[in-house]
Design a protein around this ligand. Sequence first.
Ligand SMILES: Cc1cc2nc3c(=O)[nH]c(=O)nc-3n(C[C@H](O)[C@H](O)[C@H](O)COP(=O)(O)O)c2cc1C
Length: 207
Amino acid sequence: MTPNGSSENGGVFEALGASADALRGTMSHFPTGVTVVTSGSGADAEGMTANAVISVSLDPLLFLVSVHQDARLNTRIREQQTFVVNLLSDDQEGLSRLFSSPERSSGLPAVNSLGGGYGTVGAPLAAGAIAAIECELQDIYTAGDHDLFLGAVVEVRSGDTRKGPLVFHEGSYPTLKTSPGPEDSGAFMDSTRGFDVRTSRIRDRRR
Ligand SMILES: Cc1cc2nc3c(=O)[nH]c(=O)nc-3n(C[C@H](O)[C@H](O)[C@H](O)COP(=O)(O)O)c2cc1C
């Protein structure tokens, strides 16, 4: 242990302690896709930008979203017992910004902004999204200031998969580069097995 209590790690890591700022700031370096989760229809429709979503299980099909307990969507999912996760495409930054704004509208204006009508479970779809995953609520797990809504997947809708995904990273929406990075950026040696990841990358490129 070093004098500040952290383990020796060759100077690679800096211990930041355990605070909301440390966790939020650190996770900002971890890129995610972006979704708008919706629930309810007509005047009861609600939508919220969320990236804390997980495809949990394939057998049975289960999907999870983490929603702050004070968010309007939280109440709506509890009432409706259904939700839709719209996977946004790279030209939908505006939707992400709109549905993460506390000043946004609920109800029909929200449905119109999303522009895709309703799915099987009766919640709004986002036109132009890559996909939409429709769920019936199965369980709610309280987790600190958020609730984890676990849904049974009842419909998977494919949208415009030719588009790239909307990505959130360090507080903004970068364009996903498809070109390969520098030669050694993915270099990793498995010291036990003697396997170098770079060799497989080079071989794959030669095919
Ligand atoms: C990219 C992005 C991802 C977000 N992910 C989540 C999330 O997974 N869960 C959540 O509760 N809020 C998330 N938020 C924040 C909410 O969208 C935002 O706070 C919203 O205003 C909350 O709804 P409310 O206005 O009804 O309180 C995210 C915001 C952004 C910009």
